[in-house]
Design a protein around this ligand. Sequence first.
Ligand SMILES: Cc1ncc(COP(=O)(O)O)c(C=O)c1O
Length: 616
Amino acid sequence: MYVETAGGVHSPAPSGTTQADCYRPLLLPTVLIGDSRLGGISSTISAYESLLLRGYSIDAVLLFHDDYYRTGQYLRPYFEARGIFLTTIPPPPPRLPDTAENLEFTQKYYDSIIGQEDINAVVERLDLCHAGRIQQLESMPRRALDTIWWPFVQHGLVRENDVTVIDSAYSDFFSVSNKSESNNPSSKKSILSPQFDGSASWWTQVLGHAHPSLTLAAARASGRYGHVMFPQAIHLPALKLAEKLIRDGPGKGWASRAFFSDNGSTGMEVALKMAIRAYSSLHGERLSKEARKELGVLGLKGSYHGDTIGAMNACEEGVYTCEWHNAKGYWLDPPTVGVSEGQVIIKLPKSLGMHTQNAVSLAWVYDVEGRLRTPLAHAYVKYFNRILPSLKGRLAALVLEPLIMGAGGMLFVDPLFQRLLVDTVRNRGSGCLTTWSGMPVIFDEVFVGLNRVGVTSSGPLLGVHPDISVYAKALTGGLVPLAVTLTSKSIFEAFLSDQKGDALLHGHSYTAHAVGCEVANEALALMEKISLCDDWVSAKASWAKLGGSESCMWSLWDPNFIMAISNLPNVEETMTLGSVLSIRVRDQTGGKAFRHCKCRCLHSLQDIHRILPKWC
Ligand SMILES: Cc1ncc(COP(=O)(O)O)c(C=O)c1O
């Protein structure tokens, strides 16, 4: 495919975006036509940098020869130093007023440059770049198998053909190399094909891959700061982000401090250190040194908080834990919510001694305040009171993934259960106070936080705020790693004294990385805009109609769509909240039939597929 652009990389395309953005999804090999006139050095370099920021690879730069400004003479070493071929060609003759004469002279000009050494060199160079790119794509699986140690992968089971080679990514799609096409020279099919990023790259890409505003923010901050160390220092991106998160983000109304780290796991490690120290400071005198070291957490079965050892210790033993794992705590069986055959159900664990219950609607389930005095609420509290007293003194924090346990299998926990658990461990009626009591409460919002479930944080849905909460993944729109642990004033004060040893002596080399913070500020601003867009407003309205306008529960998927899916014969259960849609497929023949079953199920969804809304 050959696309010739005109007017410069930022001149608008018919869609209104600049040409550089418009053609980006194609990511074609690019020849940059530079400007040889006065100011041409600057405009050529600016165009080149604009293309680089968007991921284009420039295979050659061409410009007209000019003996007066000698732009080519300056730019050739500039581009050569960057491994880019540059050549100049003679300029065309001036335009003549007579059309026939103009045509004749122009044709002569073309005839004179065709076959010229410089032009041939460009063509050869483009062929070379193309062949090199294909060779690179073809060789990558083998080279990866020889050098990379992948996460979560049993290398003994992977062959070259199993390796996905990602040439680039944009919006919701990877551009992947088609192994069969690159091995078949007679094929006319593209060597690259789009592949939908079904897991949004481990739930990070809430704004889509390579969002131009985010890549620009990253460049802006790296140009201004690079990386700067953080203790007792401040830069604007980190300060703005902390203020935003605390005053007008998930920390609004309860948080007073933001502690930055690198990813969800480290954010959780920080949260655990904060909570356990705060608990020890308050109750430590009653505990021996050994007992303090053994303090654990209260959590839910199926929870996940990351793969670093401390984060793993806050979860039960499982296939992903390791020899050093030392599960410290107690994990309760959670009741879950789902829609099956058009009926909203609350599945109760055996330990509660009750059967599955039908609920009026999803809006009713998430009206936690309205359910506080129901028989189920009494049963939950009775269950807590049966288990928790025997654990007293051994547990130092309640750690929850509020609303949804993602990695544990997209389990939508009954919000009433989590709300009452928080109230019980705090041993006080309302969760709105900012001084922690009983045990500090940690909300791991790495998955659910920042609009994934339709609200910035789960506090308003549960009707209770945490003492500590953690955000990562969506925080930077998935562009760069960054995590933040928010805390209340009373947790912060547990570390406050005139002794250095009492401080939170924890940090990472890249704590509060300026690039991450700047990208996060941009991502939050974009998310805010999306949350006001027509798609979101109308989706909220369609759920409000069902549940009364008081409900904060809503989904980007239409309520009728959810009911329709839940009635499909091969769907066991479905559930939705915000942007999350979970479909549990019925598999009556054991694991082997799962793939077949999944295909059939998805096939039957084809008719209603078109009503799936876009997030952004
Ligand atoms: C709830 C939750 N907490 C923590 C983590 C760990 O985050 P990371 O992979 O960024 O370390 C994850 C990752 O999926 C998660 O879902």
